[in-house]
Design a protein. Structure first.
Length: 237
């Protein structure tokens, strides 16, 4: 059974439907990226998965637990966590304090989990008593990911974790994303950079105008005319 299942999901803001009939599933141990033009609905879909927005149609499940109507604050306890693009750390708190906050909904022992996380994110370990606001942008993004991992999730959703980072730090973040997936987690990443998505992920979903008709293994997507698909010129699948 997939760690995450979204089946025929529609949602939007107020009466405006932004995404419609989106179906996606993600398995533990894999990286799935969502790419597509600005305004295609990628973040709207991510927010719907984690209960910030309500699906008006369809079903969302984590493992065999239906979370479609679950309150957003209960969703992390069921193993699904989300890292928004901006404002994702408490800047006045230290690295360690940020991780402790992430541990509130932890399904694992928080102290053990923090030690595990700091052994993976060695830069954060070195800076564990620093205030988050003094970290670089890239380190703050890693801290946000590390904090979300404190609950030992089965699924983590990252909205543009490398936006605004240098190419060198983008490499660091992507290598951590691949590592996280190998910890038996399903990782779903919203990504602007198509080459990065194809290089680092197992599966790719292309969002155009609020839906994801084109999706598949990264190697298969790499062979398609992505420019035409992005412009809505190809019905491809
Ligand atoms: N809070 C909101 N209220 C109303 N409409 C919104 C809101 N947030 C986004 N939208 C609209 O929903 C559509 C999809 O936006 P969304 O942020 O999901 O796109 P995206 O694919 O994440 O784009 P980007 O690549 O720029 O991050 C856009 O037309 C946007 O204007
Ligand atoms: Mg977005």
């Amino acid at each position: 059974m997939p760690a995450l299942t979204a089946d025929g999901v529609s949602s939007g803001y107020g009466r405006t439907t932004i995404i419609s009939d989106v179906t996606l599933s993600a398995e533990r141990g894999t990286v799935t990226t969502i790419i597509g033009p600005n305004g295609a609905g990628k973040s709207t879909f991510a927010k719907t998965l984690v209960g910030i927005l309500r699906a008006s149609k369809g079903r969302i499940a984590v493992g065999d637990v239906d979370i479609t109507r679950m309150s957003g604050h209960l969703i992390p306890r069921n193993g699904l966590v989300y890292v928004p693009q901006n404002d994702n750390v408490f800047k006045r708190l230290t690295v360690r304090e940020n991780l402790e906050i992430g541990g509130f909904a932890s399904r694992a022992d928080p102290a053990t989990r923090m030690a595990e996380i700091l052994s993976i994110f060695t830069d954060l370990d070195k800076a564990r008593d620093k205030r988050a606001g003094f970290l670089s942008g890239g380190q703050q993004n890693l801290l946000a990911i590390a904090r979300a991992l404190m609950v030992d999730p089965s699924v983590i959703i990252l909205d543009e974790p490398t936006a605004g980072l240098s190419p060198a730090y983008t490499d660091v973040v992507w290598s951590q994303i691949e590592r996280i997936s190998k910890l038996d987690t399903a990782v779903v990443v919203v990504e602007q950079n198509v080459e990065r998505a194809l290089k680092h992920s197992d599966f790719v979903h292309i969002f155009v105008a609020g839906t994801n008709h084109v999706h598949g293994p990264a190697a298969e997507i790499a062979g398609l005319d992505l420019a035409a698909i992005f412009l809505g010129r190809s019905g491809a699948h």
